[in-house]
Write a protein that binds this ligand. Structure first.
Ligand code: ATP
Ligand code: MG
Length: 461
């Protein structure tokens, strides 16, 4: 193992990772066009009780890992494989050297100590402690790996972001060690979450996003498998900063940052508009465009990417994550996962057009100096309301015109009002994480928890 820990502190401060030179020169290129399919994400969350049975293939895989990563089994007892993603395999392991170190990262332990007597805390502290070992695939570029670890380190004081405990390198293999966070598989609860539970889920996710965005970091891959949620504790942590970046990285001026007047001026004087004016018809797209194609970071997971990402905005901000949070809420309200399932970027844009209509999409494209055109007749000018989509998806439409009109209930209507603020195609109008936490849909979570406390008080009297 490349790193030896000598102090009793266990933080990445002490690690100097990756002395290797970056391989090839394609790291930036690689991040630019990356977009994972929503179904390519990690498999089901494995419920990791100690007596779980471990598949033979997994046992073999663990053995292979232990043999190739010399020394790992002296520090960790690998128990199971809990995730297999596009960029890594994640294992649950027992931390064999937990007691040798200062474990400031351990929120659960902190909580336990707060509520237990010193003697009890001492007794319970001797129980096994688990970590998640993220084995990052060797095909990932060193720059990307370093980026992920560095951003995690930057976010170490945020309880809603899964902190990095430490990291090791053995030859070209890097592993990140994170606290193991007990959570349930999204697929096991998204179909029957109550609105009050969605509120708590979103509150927890937004708290994490606020912490990340306050540090001017874009997560870029907000989706259910990257937000590990424990519905019994109403607490979640954001994981997977593999695609995250600091706001402003590689920015090039985009029309969306101009004033509306400047943008109007630029658009009316564009080659396209001049053609429109001269021919008085919408010109067709040029067969061969000699201009160099626009380059922008489009990394993320298909179906969760904001319109400005798909439209290659060259000044993307943290607000892109809020769209993805909106897609999660839409998934919960419609009980459809994945809600969007596109094969490529164009498909993804068309899926969004189905809901928001051509007019909105044309406006959204113009914001970034792009022209949006489609000759598919089934896309309507104004799209469909989110209310209607939720009713359709949850089977509350009636083919009988005389039957009473089906409506969302009041709680769902509140959720939809909030959803419109997240799924706003214009990034400058989209709600920020900080504002979202003050939105009535979310603040009601505080009222509900106070009401619950009152009930407990009554019982006690
Ligand atoms: N700290 C943790 N505690 C418990 N489980 C974890 C932890 N970190 C990751 N996992 C599990 O491993 C999965 C994959 O982790 P992560 O998203 O970091 O890897 P990835 O290779 O980038 O995955 P993907 O390509 O699916 O996004 C998660 O969805 C989760 O199920
Ligand atoms: Mg992930």
């Amino acid at each position: 193992m490349a790193q030896a820990r000598t102090s009793t502190q266990r933080h990445v401060e002490e690690l100097d990772l990756l002395q290797d030179q970056p391989r090839g020169g394609d790291a930036a290129e690689e991040t630019l066009d990356e977009s994972a399919d929503p179904l390519e994400e990690s498999g089901r969350t494995i419920d990791s009780s100690e007596d779980e049975s471990v598949d033979d293939m997994v046992v073999e895989d663990i053995e292979k890992f232990e043999n190739s990563f010399v020394g790992i089994n002296k520090r960790y007892r690998l128990i199971n494989r809990i995730g297999e993603g596009t960029f890594s395999t994640v294992y649950k392991a027992e931390d064999l050297e937990y007691y040798k170190y200062n474990n400031r990262w351990d929120i659960d332990e902190r909580e336990r100590r707060k509520w237990s007597s010193p003697a009890r805390a001492k007794r319970s502290a001797r129980k096994p402690h688990y970590v998640a070992i993220k084995k990052i695939y060797v095909t990932s570029s060193p720059i990307r790996i370093f980026n992920e670890l560095e951003l995690l380190f930057d976010l170490k004081n945020s309880d809603s972001v899964c902190p990095l405990i430490t990291a090791f390198r053995h030859q070209d293999q890097v592993v990140a060690v994170l606290p193991y966070f007990q959570h349930q598989d999204f697929r096991d609860y998204y179909k029957d979450m109550k609105i009050s539970e969605m509120r708590l889920y979103m509150k927890s996710l937004l708290t994490a996003l606020r912490a990340v965005h306050n540090r001017k970091i874009l997560h870029r891959d907000v989706k259910p498998t990257n937000f590990l949620y424990n519905k019994w504790l109403n607490r979640g942590v954001l994981v997977d900063f593999g695609l995250a970046e600091r706001e402003g990285t590689d920015w090039q001026q985009c029309n969306c940052t101009l004033t509306p007047e400047e943008r109007r001026y630029k658009n009316t004087n564009s080659v396209w508009q001049q053609k429109v004016a001269a021919w008085d018809v919408t010109p067709s797209m040029p067969k061969t465009d000699t201009r160099s194609s626009r380059r922008a970071n489009r990394a993320g997971t298909r179906g969760f990417r904001a319109p400005e990402v798909l439209m290659k905005c060259t000044q993307q901000t943290t607000i892109i994550d809020m769209w993805s949070a909106g897609v999660i809420l839409l998934t919960l309200l419609t009980r459809r996962f994945p809600f969007f399932h596109s094969a490529d970027d164009i498909d993804a844009l068309l899926e969004i057009t189905t809901i928001f209509g051509r007019k909105k999409m044309k406006e959204a494209a113009l914001l970034h100096g792009q022209v949006f055109q489609t000759n598919i007749p089934s896309y309507s000018e104004y799209g469909h309301s989110l209310e209607k989509i939720i009713l359709w998806c949850t089977g509350r439409t009636d083919s009988d015109k005389n039957a009473p009109k089906k409506e969302l209930d009041d709680e769902e209507k509140d959720a939809v009002a909030f959803l419109y603020r997240l799924l706003e195609t214009d990034p400058s109008k989209r709600i920020t994480a900080d504002e979202a936490l003050r939105h009535p849909f979310i603040t009601k979570a505080y009222e509900e928890s106070e009401a619950e406390d009152d009930v407990v008080d009554l019982v006690e009297v």
